[in-house]
Design a protein around this ligand. Structure first.
Ligand SMILES: NC(=O)C1=CN([C@@H]2O[C@H](COP(=O)(O)OP(=O)(O)OC[C@H]3O[C@@H](n4cnc5c(N)ncnc54)[C@H](OP(=O)(O)O)[C@@H]3O)[C@@H](O)[C@H]2O)C=CC1
Ligand SMILES: CC(=O)C(=O)O
Ligand SMILES: [Mg+2]
Length: 752
């Protein structure tokens, strides 16, 4: 699995450089347009909250970002498992962590890299920045200095200070271990446990595991010098000494013999297959070193089929990584204005995570992952994209904080808090990650028709390298090679399969097929030959029709109407055939689908009802429960106009069909999207804002989509072609590489 989705160094650098260096930006949350706005945001208006805070410091949580702002602080002395590479080099990781805070728990976080290895200097710097933040996440600071720094800051600051490599890792490791042992039927008290890596993560993991019931005499900790045994002198410190074992074992190999559990927070490749082979029955192996584990799951499973294996990586099952903890621990802590994150809050987090993995996985999670997950050896811990995490974990953390007296502002109504957490997250992110996961599961052979376009080639490379499946690029070999080289992707010409229409061995079959379809439509054999051999859209569609690829992406180089015409030579994809284009607009955490954006020029009421049904199918396929509005410039009969009437009648057509989704109309777009405007029509049958917008004609569809894209900067996915036998997606000529890749993923989602 890891090979298929291998990330190349170029890709990693490109991701970090484009479109702007780094991974986040600061966005104002208040209007900044007028003179008056400036007077409120800055002088003189800003003086009022200044005085209020001076008088009552706790109001800083009301008037500033403090209550939702975390500092991710590092000095770069233990960057992942890469070692001490300095403060500046740690910045990509700390930026990454900051955006994960935002993505998973809507916590604003900023990275702070401190150029010092002196614990006193770090303590002073962090203490001084205390007023700015609601919490401090220490990161990738090596042991043993990290223990001193965290301890002192916890004592001296009145906000949570949390070294994630220690406690975040320990919490997730504990959650995974609870479940792994549950599956093997072993009790923690009876297990022989070996932990490799006696640093920040290692010491904290073993402490928590012991606090949960593991026996000191059953645990052996190792570091670069081997087993930490009683009386060892070399490479010791007080934190290691506390775990020194009374044992004759001296090497990791000795220690692993007969062990039930291996916990690795050390370095790549520290464990050999022989060591795994020597473990007890049903061994549990958490190889958590990043970016590469102590041993890969393939290697471990090759010698021990009965092993439960987890790593810190996202490209294997069972990701035991602190990303499952820190966003939610801080969310819960910030929401009670906590003074600290204490042991009870950490244990509550571990238990809630363990319990969540044992619950039935709802369909929306399965849709997001493209496969059914159920508690077992390959699913012992929730996956990071599980949308339930945000409303299950923070309440457990907050509750524990409230019960142990660290809450400055307790939550009064937990039910409402849970609802607020659900509403807080941007559903667009989970839709996009769901599309990606389903595409990955499909492993579709994707036909990229326009191999003469650099954007398409880049998208094809990224599709294949990201492990979605095989990319088949239609074009001339030499041309594709040249373009890939010019794009700095020379290596990829050996990876991609280039299909050249001129020398395809299937050409006769394709020509016969096309002749059968078009002979009575004014095409002679000469026309057919030219179309099959020379037109890449037609050739690609023929490949798809014959099963020589699973799905097709095209349209980046020609206008979509023209491409549709060519596709229709091979497939029945006209309005009469029931084809519909549905465009997804993603903006400010909302998703709406607009239809028909591609096929019907001027639909009648029956067509509009069909379009609604196709829009609903697309929304549901992306895990969204649809509510359809038939849009117009009038609402429920006023003003009266022939153009509005057909939108009204379309809704009656759906009445007749007895469909299983909400719909109503006609209505204006503000009534459809704004519940306050909708409330003026209490008889309206929609129970929430509409998310499938059926528009009167293609021109209104095009205008609305492009206006949202240009003026509001909305993300546009589509038009998604729906109602055709095979997965075909048509990009627009202004598509970026990312847009084309997204279209390929959408096409892949329809495969299988
Ligand atoms: N999956 C996850 O969520 C997380 C994973 N990690 C991973 O854990 C590892 C350690 O991180 P952290 O604790 O912050 O780092 P530290 O620098 O604090 O500690 C590293 C420890 O690992 C030991 N070590 C290094 N190489 C080996 C080896 N080959 N065999 C045995 N012991 C070794 C060191 O030994 P010595 O004391 O002798 O120098 C030291 O005790 C990293 O790979 C990191 O990516 C960390 C946090 C979270
Ligand atoms: C995941 C993490 O924090 C680490 O590897 O350091
Ligand atoms: Mg770390």
């Amino acid at each position: 699995m890891s090979d298929k989705s291998k990330i190349t160094p170029e890709e990693a650098l490109r991701y970090h450089i484009h479109p702007t260096p780094g991974k986040y930006e600061v966005v104002a949350s208040k209007p900044m347009t007028t003179q008056r706005d400036l007077s409120l945001a800055y002088s003189p208006g800003v003086a009022v909250p200044v005085e209020a805070i001076a008088e009552a410091p706790e109001t800083a949580y009301d008037y500033t970002t403090k209550g939702n702002l975390v500092a991710v602080v590092s000095n770069g002395t233990a960057i992942l498992g890469l070692g001490n590479l300095g403060a500046l080099a740690s910045k990509p990781v700390m930026e990454g962590k900051s955006v994960l805070f935002k993505r998973f728990a809507d916590v604003n976080a900023i990275d702070i890299e401190l150029d010092t290895e002196d614990p006193e200097e770090i303590i002073k710097a962090v203490k001084l920045m205390g007023p700015t933040f609601g919490g401090i996440n220490l990161e990738d600071i090596k042991a043993p200095e990290c223990f001193i720094i965290e301890q002192r800051l916890k004592e001296e600051m009145d906000i949570p200070v949390f070294h994630d490599d220690q406690h975040g890792t320990a919490v997730i490791c504990a959650a995974g271990l609870i479940n792994a042992l549950h599956l093997t039927g072993k009790r923690l008290e009876d297990c022989r446990i070996v932990l490799n890596g006696a640093g920040a993560a290692g010491i904290a993991c073993l402490e928590l595991v012991k606090a949960m019931g593991a026996k000191h005499d059953n645990c052996i900790m190792c570091d670069t010098k081997g087993v930490i045994y009683q009386g060892r002198k070399e490479g010791m410190n007080q934190w290691k000494s506390a775990h020194a074992a009374n044992t004759d074992a001296r090497t990791l190999e000795d220690a692993m013999n007969g062990a039930d559990v291996f916990l690795g927070v050390s370095a790549k490749g520290a464990v050999t297959p022989e060591m795994v082979a020597s473990m007890a029955d049903d061994p549990v192996i958490f190889a958590m070193a990043n970016p590469d584990p102590e041993i890969s799951p393939e290697e471990a499973h090759a010698v021990r089929a009965d092993a439960i294996v987890a790593t810190g990586r996202s490209d294997y099952p069972n990701q035991v990584n602190n990303v499952l903890g820190f966003p939610y621990l801080f969310r819960g802590a910030l929401d009670i204005h906590a003074r600290a994150i204490n042991d009870e809050m950490k244990i509550a987090c571990a238990q809630a995570l363990a319990e969540l993995a044992r619950l039935d996985v709802p369909d929306e999670v399965a849709i997001a992952y493209g496969r059914k997950l159920s508690f077992g050896r390959d699913y012992i811990i929730p996956t990071p994209f599980d949308p339930r995490l945000i409303w299950v974990i923070p309440p457990a953390v907050a509750q524990a904080g409230m019960e142990t007296g660290v809450a400055r502002r307790p939550i009064v109504d937990m039910g409402r808090y849970r609802d607020a957490l659900k509403a807080r997250m941007d559903p667009t992110a989970s839709v996009l990650s769901g599309i990606a996961a389903r595409a990955k599961a499909a492993q579709a052979r994707m036909i990229f028709a326009e191999g003469d376009d650099e954007r398409v080639l880049r998208a094809a490379v990224s599709y294949q390298r990201a492990g979605y499946g095989k990319a088949l690029v239609v074009g001339r070999e030499s041309d594709v090679k040249q373009r890939l080289e010019a794009a700095g992707l020379g290596d990829a010409s050996r990876e991609l399969e280039v299909v050249n229409a001129a020398n395809s061995r299937h050409l006769d079959a394709y020509r016969d097929f096309l002749y059968n379809r078009l002979q009575r439509k004014g095409f002679d054999t000469h026309d057919i030959d030219r179309l099959a051999k020379r037109d890449r859209h037609v050739f690609s569609a023929l490949m798809l029709a014959h099963g020589h690829g699973d799905a097709l992406v095209t349209g980046a180089t020609r206008k979509s109407a023209h491409v549709m015409k060519l596709i229709n030579h091979v497939f029945d994809a006209t309005a009469e055939d029931g084809a519909v284009g549905v465009t997804a607009l993603l903006h400010k955490g909302k998703i709406v689908f607009i239809a028909d954006t591609l096929v019907h020029e001027w639909p009648n009421e029956e067509d509009l009802a069909n379009i609604a049904e196709r829009g609903v199918a697309v929304a549901r396929s992306l895990g969204i429960e649809p509510r359809v509005a038939f849009l117009s410039f009038s609402t429920f009969g006023y003003p009266v106009s022939e153009r509005a009437t057909k939108m009204h009648v379309a809704s009656r057509v759906l009445d007749r069909r007895g469909v299983d989704f909400e719909y109503d109309g006609e209505m204006t777009v503000d009534v459809a999207l704004n519940m306050e405007a909708m409330s003026k029509y209490p008889f309206c049958r929609l129970t929430g804002p509409a998310n499938v917008l059926v528009v009167p004609a293609r021109h209104s569809a095009s205008i609305s989509v492009k206006l949202m894209q240009e003026m509001a900067g909305a993300t546009v996915i589509g038009p998604i072609l729906s109602g055709v036998d095979k997965p075909i997606q048509i990009c627009s000529t202004v598509s970026t590489v990312n847009d084309i890749t997204n279209m390929a993923l959408l096409a892949a989602c329809e495969v299988g």
